[in-house]
Write a protein that binds this ligand. Structure first.
Ligand code: NDP
Length: 401
């Protein structure tokens, strides 16, 4: 029987919700590329429930305990003596979500002598030291595609919010003002602008598709080129590298994974190559951008706005400069954890666990590391090495109260 340690974010400050704003959510059975949504044998939750916080338990307790396994759920994941650290030595499986990541460093993996699998309930396994997982023969799996469309919707929202200056305008209303000139002195139309995505994978391509009706000029760069018919359909301009794309774009959205190749890709030099007054939207991973370079660019006017929901570390300390920098539209890491997305990744996590316990192969598209090497989706999108670290930084959030 296995011990499963599941790290989830805290319940709402008002307590676990007794009811919800809506009574149902649309049922999604297939993704745009034909991949089927998760297919566990059953689920023990109502679609649309809050599953990603501690009391939601990803809907896993009944299933795991009936099969005789032990489930430990905690939000206490960072700093010395965290519950995660205490539970690790005899844990077989660790589950966490990128929104509130259990930073599975080489030290933690070394300490977890029984560890067989790390599951990302979501997409993006950069919070696990993939090199250490490979070296210790630990399987890493994530729920590919579960929230890619959720994020694409968030990206479109953030692009429009920045370009049209939505957030400051909303704030004028709340403050009781009618300050039209104050609202519009930084407000533009998106129509006609050049918008480019770094990576046109599941999220990047969905962003391009959603933006096409806005009559913008679309650009992308990626390690692999999209099929010709897609390029034609969306009238895409392909760039062989990030530098050549950012030079011509008014809006840049980042949609690649964080791995050694993309860490700090957007530093002073790269941001300096962008058009003055560009907007940068990063819902991929905080560390793809150099934290202080972003602040400097907003202060100097090189960037007209920066938005996203990914930070480093997570949770971000209270004094993280992205909370207070000018012209930003940051949220906590929420784009991929809408109630709609939670339904899919909770079901996907259960599917992965069911296959694992039954000794059946985990879907190839869910695999990041298996048998000591990058596998499945991981072999396609990641590079070997480590871009983790962060537990010590993240501990500052709790300490600062
Ligand atoms: P995909 O694997 O479908 O797409 C990733 C794309 O990035 C692939 O097309 C890949 O190229 C490309 N890529 C990898 N490295 C580079 C590079 N150095 N330069 C250019 N392109 C590169 O994943 P998704 O689109 O579903 O997700 C992308 C990322 O978004 C995740 O890894 C995660 O970090 C983040 N994410 C954020 C969420 C949130 O809540 N904010 C939720 C979900 C994901 P190729 O495959 O052609 O080799």
């Amino acid at each position: 029987m296995a011990k499963i340690v599941c790290v989830l974010y805290d319940d709402p400050v008002t307590g676990y919700p007794p009811n919800y704003a809506r009574d149902d959510i649309p049922e999604i059975t297939e993704y745009p590329d034909g991949q089927t949504a998760p297919t566990p044998s059953a689920i023990d939750f109502k679609p649309g429930a809050l599953l990603g916080s501690v009391s939601g338990e990803l809907g896993l307790r009944k299933f795991l305990e009936e099969a005789g396994h032990e489930l430990v759920v905690t939000s206490d994941k960072d700093g010395a003596n965290s519950t995660l650290d205490k539970e690790l030595p005899d844990a077989d499986i660790v589950i966490s979500q990128p929104f509130w990541p259990a930073y599975m460093t080489a030290e933690r993996i070394a300490k977890a002598k029984n560890l067989k699998m790390i599951v990302t309930a979501g997409i993006g396994s950069d919070h696990t030291d993939l090199q250490a997982a490979m070296d210790n023969n630990v399987t890493v799996a994530e729920v590919t595609f579960c929230n890619s469309i959720s994020v694409a919707e968030h990206v479109v929202m953030m692009i429009l919010s920045l370009v049209r200056n939505y957030i400051p305008s909303y704030q004028w209303v709340v403050k009781g003002g009618w300050n039209i000139a104050d609202c519009v002195e930084r407000s533009y139309d998106l129509e006609g602008m050049h918008v480019g995505t770094v990576a046109a994978g599941r999220i990047g391509l969905a962003v391009l598709r959603r933006l096409a009706p806005f009559d913008v000029k679309l650009h992308y760069t990626d390690k692999h080129r999209l099929p010709e018919d897609v390029e034609k359909e969306l009238n895409l301009t392909f760039h062989p590298d990030v530098e050549s794309m950012v030079k011509v774009c008014d809006v840049v959205t980042i949609n690649c994974p964080l791995h050694p190749e993309t860490e700090h890709l957007f530093d002073d030099a790269m941001i300096g190559k962008m058009k003055r007054g560009s907007y940068l939207i990063n819902t991929a991973r905080g560390k793809i951008c150099d934290r202080d370079a972003v602040v400097r660019a907003l202060e100097s006017g090189q960037l007209a706005g920066y938005a996203g929901d990914v930070w480093f570390p997570q949770p971000a300390p209270k004094d993280h400069p992205w909370r207070t920098m000018p012209h930003h539209g940051m949220t906590p890491h929420i784009s991929g954890t809408s109630l709609s997305a939670q339904t899919r990744y909770a079901a996907g996590t259960r599917e992965i666990l069911e296959d694992f316990f039954a000794g059946k192969p985990i879907r190839d598209e869910y695999l990041i590391v298996e048998g000591g090497k990058l596998a499945g989706a991981g072999a396609h999108s990641y590079t070997a090495g480590d871009a983790t670290k962060g537990s010590e930084e993240a501990a500052k959030y709790r300490k600062a109260g």
